[in-house]
Design a binder for this molecule. Structure first.
Ligand SMILES: Cc1ncc(COP(=O)(O)O)c(C=O)c1O
Length: 481
């Protein structure tokens, strides 16, 4: 493969920029190598930014990076990456409770509305098993992968992320959590403020605190983060990072409004700061979501966005394969941190991920998930309105797997969660989603981790009939089966 890549590299000058290379079949015949060798060599060149692959159309000589019109000017990153200015030392606090609540198995008989992943019946179990078996038989499957990840997988992620992102901008990671950890460590020194949406994913808050950073909340409304508050937070803190989920934000389910997207990038750029785009739910769009907005990374010319993607949410929490994508000097920093922390993502898992996303079953699986999540969302929302009319449900999301609800009467969300558990339903308290005082009690109800819509109806029935603090005072007692 390396030999073929070298030959192709040395012959690239024969093609004009944007010119089409011979088809894979022609290369197989000309060089007398296997189709796999050709596809790997081309992926290698794509990872080096020398060619661009367009599925169904062919492979083209890439525009040299220095002349790429959308590459923009990333020299501001030198300042951002060296600006220590962290101020006070923030005590490190390592608290996994917010993360464990969505990973722990609930007690027997309890319906799990607190899961963060698809129920096994919704996971592509057969396709994953087949992919793993095929991956294990690939030549070199147990060898060392390139530390940045397999070129073909980086190329696949680059195409998924879109815009002018190319394989060379992508680093394969062990899922989204590890990508976020690498990004935070790369961009925020200990003691530094990190702007986060409020509310946001507790795993992010836990990561920031565990690396000695100071998460600073920027409120989100029905249209995503509020730009004027973002600008004020940058000014007040001198932060160099903002972590954002523009699509189906966890927990609110909101989508960053079209008019705010460019503004967020502009504000961050003006502050000399990075935007970490956690695109965790792109493959969890519901059937009725309509066309999805592009990633922020696809619209970013100046290397502002560090994009995070993961395969786990649409597959299984154990398919821990994800990606970081960025441009400019920050890429070297991200790569160095990942190598120091964990060397690389196990090759068999990367090979299996590649097999899976290339299998005919993959698009079918995504369609099934989109239809099922929409159905479950409607079933749960309908059942809650019937059984718990006092719950406020301000936003019905078109993607993701959760409803973010407000108990109507003031009270602690911990009371609500405890009462729900006594009624036989595990739900997630809202408090860990806020890094400062919350504007009121909230609860997150997830509809992905149950076996089917029947369990959602039953969960709402238990919550409605159960010892609910706002319906009647909660008697102590064992969980209802
Ligand atoms: C918003 C968000 N980002 C990232 C993650 C990390 O997921 P994973 O590491 O499985 O990709 C999660 C998991 O719950 C999440 O909710």
């Amino acid at each position: 493969m390396a030999e073929l890549a070298e030959s192709l590299r040395s012959e690239l000058d024969r093609y004009s920029v944007g010119g089409k290379l011979p088809s894979s079949r022609a290369l197989v015949e000309h060089y007398r190598v296997s189709p796999v060798t050709v596809s790997r060599a081309l992926a290698q060149l794509a990872a080096e930014g020398l060619v661009v692959t367009r599925p169904g159309a062919g492979v083209y000589r890439a525009r040299p990076r220095t002349h790429a019109p959308a590459a923009g000017d990333t020299s501001w990153q030198e300042v951002a990456l060296s600006a220590e200015g962290a101020g006070d030392v923030v005590p490190r606090s390592v608290d996994a409770t917010g993360v464990l609540s969505s990973l722990a198995a609930p007690p027997p008989g309890v319906i799990e509305l607190n899961g963060g992943y698809l129920h096994p019946s919704l996971q592509p179990e057969r396709a994953m098993a087949a992919a793993l078996a095929r991956a294990g038989r690939r030549p070199g499957a147990w060898g060392r992968p390139p530390v940045e990840g397999l070129p073909e997988l980086r190329d696949w992620f680059a195409r998924e992320i879109g815009g002018t992102v190319v394989a060379a901008d992508v680093l394969v990671t062990a899922g989204g959590q590890s990508a976020l950890a690498t990004a935070l460590r790369a961009l925020a020194p200990p003691g530094a403020p990190v702007l986060v949406e409020s509310p946001t994913y507790p795993g992010l808050l836990a990561l920031a605190r565990a690396s000695g950073c100071r998460p600073v909340p920027v409120p989100v409304d029905g249209e995503g983060v509020r730009p004027e508050l973002l600008a004020a937070a940058f000014e007040a803190t001198g932060a160099r990072v903002f972590v954002c989920q523009p699509l189906f934000q966890n927990p609110t389910g909101t989508v960053l409004a079209p008019g705010r997207r460019a503004e967020v990038l502009r504000i961050a750029r003006a502050a000399g700061a990075f935007v970490v785009e956690d695109d965790y739910a792109r493959s969890l769009a519901h059937e009725d979501a309509g066309p999805l907005p592009a990633t922020l990374a696809a619209e970013d010319a100046d290397g502002v966005v560090v994009h995070v993607r993961s395969l786990t949410k649409a597959t299984s929490p154990s398919l821990r394969v994800g990606a970081l994508a960025a441009r400019g000097p920050v890429v070297d920093r991200l790569r160095a941190i990942q190598v120091v922390d964990s060397f690389f993502v196990p090759r068999p898992l990367q090979e299996a991920a590649l097999e899976l996303v290339g299998a005919p079953a993959w698009p079918r699986h995504l369609r099934t998930v989109a239809a099922e999540l929409r159905h479950r969302r409607d079933v749960l929302a309908g059942a809650l309105r019937r059984e718990l009319p006092m719950l406020e449900l301000p936003h019905l999301p078109c993607g993701g797997y959760q409803l973010w609800v407000r108990p109507a009467r003031a009270g602690d969300d911990a009371d609500f969660v405890a009462a729900a558990l006594r009624a036989g339903v595990a739900v997630t308290p809202g408090r860990p989603y806020f890094c400062a005082e919350p504007p009121g009690p909230h609860v997150r109800l997830s509809f992905a981790g149950v076996s089917g819509p029947g369990e959602l109806v039953e969960a709402a029935r238990r919550l409605g009939a159960g010892p609910f603090p706002e319906a009647n005072p909660a008697p102590d007692g064992p969980p209802t089966p």
